[in-house]
Structure formats: structure tokens, C-alpha cells
Design a protein around this ligand. Structure first.
Ligand SMILES: NC(=O)c1ccc[n+]([C@@H]2O[C@H](COP(=O)([O-])OP(=O)(O)OC[C@H]3O[C@@H](n4cnc5c(N)ncnc54)[C@H](O)[C@@H]3O)[C@@H](O)[C@H]2O)c1
Length: 340
């Protein structure tokens, strides 16, 4: 089988998960890793029997790499992605695609001009229960949606923010609880309920020091369909609670907690576990962190092999970024902000 040959830059918290995932995806193969920290790069290279370098220029100059995974601080994604695209490499960035729409557009354009694929991690789209709910909504099982909410009730310690110079900065984190932690569930909300047209928000920094960005945010949102809803982003919710998605429609409602169905009140369509197990409805299995990265990397690799678009394109990844930036603008201006 033809495999997509991968290089990974950035071996901090999330990079190593990509290394592990690549080795478990049958269409992908790990060729080289890159980090400024030589010890880290060398030790992961030994662990995964691959090459290493501290120079990104050297990584993308290799002719045995097809796809570059960018696991660097968020505000570096577009700069590094553009360089990779210009070197003829397909690009997979971690989320968010970058921290400004200008940067996202620059990266989308560079990949289009170079004729390479661009994708951005939004792994929860590949969680089985969320994918099942998306299908149910698309097939009309919920009827007209009236309300959708995404709550990220998390906690991050002061030590977390102090652990990297880039964390909690506008330039490289691009925002706080919303941009870094909740971007996943903002994407899920619009993936499930459709595009968001207007937001009215409050943001605050209440439980942390030495950060420029918000650690708690709430927005009332109106979808293009006319439905309304709520976004909550939080890293102050000590000691950390669930993530939750609520979707209510004319014909029933669903609540997802920590990426699995918690309540499934729909006539005519069983809950996902009951479909999988062929038995009565019940709680489905917990989501194992890392598995959905594998599923998304497999989709990106297959998209390269088949020369088709990946499930999450650059244009799709730009949308949750636009919503979050509109939330920030609304909180700053103290008035509703419409998305174009
Ligand atoms: N999908 C998820 O669930 C998830 C989870 C965590 C982080 N992330 C995203 O992943 C990205 C990285 O976050 P993190 O927490 O792993 O950051 P981190 O600070 O832990 O790691 C960043 C790594 O990049 C390296 N680096 C920095 N500049 C470099 C350069 N010029 N060349 C090579 N290496 C360089 C650093 O040495 C460090 O090892 C962020 O965009 C974040 O939003 C996604």
C-alpha cells in the first residue's frame, strides 16, 4: 500500500500524540521530527526510529516527506505552513488554524497556489457519537433546530499558563479559554447547528495572573437558520468539569458530555451505542484521547492518496476562528457583532 510520508514539527504537549497516531495509521509513515530542543527531537527520533532535525528548513527540504504536521504555538501555524506549502508539502496544522483571519487566509492561499492539501485538526468531528449525531441532524431526525449550546467547563492552573512563554498571549495563543480550549466545541456547535450569524459576548480574566487573554467567556449566538444558542469557554472552572453540547430540535434533543451521548431523546432513531451493539439504547463507550487524531490523520492521508479534499479543509477551519474573533470583538465593543 502506498503511504503518505510524514514529518512533524513541534514536540511539546501535542506533537508526540501525532507521532503515536501516525504509526497507527496504515496509510501514513513517520519519516522525521523537528524541534528546537535537540534532546527532545533526538529522544523521540530514537523512540520512533525516524530522523530528526532542529531546523524546519531542513525538514521541509527533504524529498522523502509528503505531509508536514505543524504542532507549534498557534500563532506560528500560518508562517510555517506557508513555508511547507512552498516546499511542495501537504500541510496539517494543529488547531486553531492560526490566530487571525489574515494569517488563515495567507495559509489557505499558499496551499491553493502550491497545489497541496491543507487540513487543520478538529479531532472531535471524528468522535463516533458526534459523527452519528451530525448524520442524524443532516438526515432530518431532529427536525428544525431551535437551540444549540457548547460548554467547555475546564480548568487550567496558573502553572499551565506559566509553562510556556506563548501561553495566554494574544500574539501566539490568540486568545484564552475560547481560542485555545473551546475552539474544538465552537467548531462542533457550528458543524452540528450550522453557521453562526451574530454573537453578543462577555469575556473576563478572573482566575489567573500574567495572562493577556480571557479565562472565562460567554456568548449568546444566533445561527443563520434563526436558531439561537450559547457558547461558554472556561479555564476557571476548578477543578475542571465536562464539555457539553446541547442540540434541541422540533423532533427531539440530544446532550453530549465529554464527547459521548449523555441524553438521546429522539423518536425513531436509536442512540449510537444501541446501533453499534444492536441492543437497547445505553451509554456508548468513552472517547479515548488520541483515537480521533488517528481518524483525522487517516482521513488527511487518504485525501492525499485519492487527491480529494480532506474532511476538515482550511476554509472549514477558518470558520470557528472567525466566530471566536467575533466574540472577542463583541466583548470589547459591548455590542452584538455580525459575521460576514
Ligand atoms: N488538538 C488538541 O487537542 C490539542 C491539544 C493541545 C495543543 N494543541 C495545539 O497544538 C499546538 C502546540 O501546543 P502545545 O501545547 O503542544 O505547545 P508546546 O509549547 O507544549 O510545544 C511547542 C513545541 O514547539 C517547539 N518549537 C517552538 N518553536 C519552534 C521552531 N521554530 N522550530 C521547531 N520547534 C519549535 C517547542 O520547542 C515545543 O517543543 C497549539 O496550536 C495548540 O493549540 C492541540
Amino acid at each position: 500500500m502506498k503511504k503518505v510520508r510524514c514529518g512533524v514539527v513541534g514536540l511539546g504537549q501535542i506533537g508526540p500524540l501525532h507521532l503515536d497516531a501516525i504509526t497507527k495509521v496504515e496509510q501514513a509513515e513517520l519519516i522525521a521530527v523537528c524541534d528546537l530542543d535537540e534532546e527532545k527531537a533526538k529522544s523521540y527520533a530514537e523512540q520512533y526510529s525516524c530522523a530528526y532535525t532542529m531546523s524546519f528548513a531542513k525538514l521541509i527540504a527533504r524529498d522523502d516527506i509528503d505531509l508536514v504536521h505543524i504542532c507549534l504555538p498557534s500563532g506560528m501555524h500560518a508562517d510555517f505552513g506557508c513555508l511547507a506549502a512552498k516546499a511542495g508539502k501537504h500541510v496539517l496544522t494543529e488547531k486553531p488554524i492560526d490566530v487571525s483571519l489574515e494569517n488563515a487566509d495567507r495559509l489557505i492561499k499558499a496551499c491553493r497556489e502550491a497545489g497541496v492539501k491543507l487540513s487543520c485538526i478538529s479531532q472531535h468531528r471524528f468522535d463516533p457519537d458526534i459523527a452519528y449525531l451530525k448524520r442524524a441532524i443532516d438526515e432530518g431526525h431532529l427536525g428544525r433546530i431551535s437551540f444549540g449550546a457548547s460548554h467547555t467547563k475546564w480548568y487550567r492552573s496558573q502553572d499551565y499558563y506559566d509553562s510556556g512563554d506563548w501561553r495566554g498571549t494574544w500574539a501566539l495563543d490568540g486568545g484564552g479559554a475560547l481560542m485555545n480550549q473551546s475552539v474544538h466545541y465552537v467548531d462542533m456547535l457550528r458543524h452540528l447547528c450550522g453557521e453562526i450569524e451574530e454573537v453578543q459576548a462577555y469575556c473576563a480574566t478572573l482566575a489567573h495572573e500574567r495572562i493577556e487573554v480571557e479565562d472565562v467567556a460567554v456568548a449568546a449566538v444566533r445561527f443563520r437558520s434563526g436558531a439561537i444558542g450559547v457558547i461558554e469557554g472556561n479555564t476557571t472552572a476548578y477543578p475542571g468539569f465536562v464539555t457539553r453540547l446541547d442540540v434541541y430540535g422540533q423532533k427531539g434533543g440530544v446532550i453530549i458530555e465529554n464527547d459521548v451521548v449523555k441524553e438521546w431523546k429522539l423518536e425513531g432513531l436509536p442512540a449510537p451505542a444501541s446501533e453499534a451493539l444492536g441492543g437497547p439504547s445505553g451509554a456508548s463507550s468513552a472517547v479515548i484521547f488520541g483515537l480521533s487524531h488517528q481518524r483525522q490523520i487517516a482521513d488527511v492521508a487518504q485525501a492525499i492518496l485519492d487527491d480529494r479534499a480532506p474532511l476538515v479543509t482550511g476554509e472549514e477551519a477558518r470558520k470557528p476562528l472567525a466566530v471566536i474573533l467575533a466574540v472577542y470583538e463583541s466583548a470589547r465593543a459591548g455590542k452584538p457583532v455580525r459575521l460576514p
